[in-house]
Design a protein around this ligand. Structure first.
Ligand code: S3P
Length: 441
């Protein structure tokens, strides 16, 4: 079967209400935490994407049973020592950096070797950012060139660590937090701000955690070796998936969209803050709190006059997965937009900073790059007529979906390969985009 799509027409104006699938970060965390709880957990609205399926397969390999019920997934945990690792086990995390890094944290007490591997894209990514601090707990970890496959064997004599997380990476912070559950005593973490879903889950599960939030850093202390009980959780919609439709609406003509039940946690809404600074008018309605997470309906309308932004780097971490679509708005804005310190963007499923620059230049936008800082020279009259082909992007789901939004709003004829990549994070992408009226062949 063909694994590409063609888009030859812009989307017509629309006025719709949609709901996107469950948040990927929270879904993976719920699966992993449920696998370590004592007793039954029920996860509703779990994202059914490849990354999350790989998390379920991973816990099954470790002897944890799950069952799909009508509208939830049931997971039976046996506590912090509950993984069965009698024989050597290999876990394939597929495309998911979050799964591979977080589960390493949970393996610090296993009594046999577990190997973590992944797909071609994940095997190119650096793992020293988690293996180095994990070693300090007293475990044994082997890898070649700090890449997957990584082999880990735990220890009975773990010790708590002091860890300084400097990258603003929630994956690194969370891997250490999960490992700290197993170590006796208090693990202390100073972490540059990043998404805090793990912290909120810990609090909600009554795991002894103390958090002091400062302007740029959080100081976290966790007391280990405290089991917690199974739990129920309803996963809210994913703002990173919503981002594609938010930008689609903004840069289409005369359209309006309501996206219901989206996770609008403060550590995830950099996209909204950045776009509103660029003159968008995105608002939240029905704001409510659920287990410490903030949830809202997002309302967005088309706009014509975007203005360039000097993006504060303090917003980088809270918009890290959304920069690809933010750059599309910068391409349509009046004036120059500046984004600084984006090195982390090149450490994702594909080197997204390099790819974004190539993409913007391909559609005729001037971009100047100095190290990890870029200037995008917007063109409010941007209108495309040529043929564009997108391939060779390491099947990065977000590059694919961003390209769809460009094709549906900027004109021209497009051929986009690896449509299956949406299954990584957002299998419903095509269903929703067709509901909005997109014509895709
Ligand atoms: C994630 C953290 C971010 C993000 C990724 C999901 C998480 O990665 O890009 O898609 O769930 O913790 P980093 O921690 O590497 O920034």
């Amino acid at each position: 079967m063909k694994n590409y799509i063609q888009i030859n027409n812009k989307i017509n104006s629309f006025n719709e209400k949609i709901e996107v699938s469950g948040d990927k970060s929270i879904s993976i965390r719920c699966v992993l935490m449920a696998s370590q709880a004592i007793g039954l957990s029920k996860i509703y609205n779990l994202l059914e994407s490849e990354d999350v399926m790989n998390a379920l397969k991973a816990i099954r390999k470790l002897g944890i049973k799950y069952r799909k019920r009508k509208n939830y997934i049931e997971i039976q945990g046996f506590g912090l020592n509950g993984y069965l690792t009698k024989k050597k086990i290999e876990i394939d995390a597929g495309n998911s950096g979050t799964l591979a890094r977080l589960i390493l944290g949970l393996l610090v007490n296993v009594d046999n070797y577990v190997t973590i591997t992944g797909d071609k894209s994940l095997r190119k990514r650096d793992f020293s950012r988690v293996t180095k601090p994990l070693l300090n707990f007293g475990v044994n970890i082997n890898s070649k060139d700090n890449k997957l496959p990584v082999k880990i064997i735990g220890s009975k004599y773990l010790r708590p660590i002091n860890y300084y997380e400097k990258l603003g990476s929630a994956q690194c912070k969370s891997a250490i937090m999960l490992a700290s559950l197993k170590a006796p005593g208090i693990t202390k973490i100073k972490a540059k701000k990043s998404r805090d879903h793990t912290e909120l889950l810990f609090k909600n599960l009554k795991i002894p955690i103390n958090i002091k939030r400062k302007k740029h850093y959080d100081f976290i202390e966790i007391t280990g070796q405290n089991n917690f009980s199974g739990f129920d959780y309803y996963v809210p919609g994913d703002i990173s998936s919503s981002a594609f439709f938010i930008v689609l609406t903004l840069i289409s003509k005369k359209s309006k969209l309501i996206i219901k039940n989206v996770n609008t946690n403060k550590s995830r809404i950099g996209l909204i803050k950045i776009l509103n600074k660029m003159n968008a008018n995105i608002t939240f309605k029905n704001k409510r709190e659920y287990k410490g997470e903030s949830i809202s309906d997002i309302i967005v309308k088309s706009k014509k006059n975007f203005i360039g932004i000097k993006c504060p780097k303090s917003l980088n971490s809270s918009a890290i997965d959304e920069f690809l679509v933010i750059f599309l708005v910068a391409a349509k804005a009046k004036g120059v937009s500046t984004f600084n310190n984006l090195s982390e963007l090149n450490k994702k499923e594909s080197p997204r900073l390099n790819i974004a620059i190539k993409f913007l230049r391909m559609i005729g936008i001037k971009v100047i790059r100095k190290k990890d800082n870029i200037k995008i020279y917007g063109n409010p009259n941007l209108e495309l007529n040529d043929f564009y082909e997108i391939n060779n992007f390491r099947k990065d789901h977000r590059v694919f979906m961003m390209s769809c939004i460009a094709a549906l709003t900027l004109g021209g004829k497009w051929k986009l390969s690896d449509k299956d990549s949406v299954n990584t994070s957002f299998p419903n992408f095509f269903k929703i985009i067709k509901k909005l009226g997109a014509k895709i062949n």
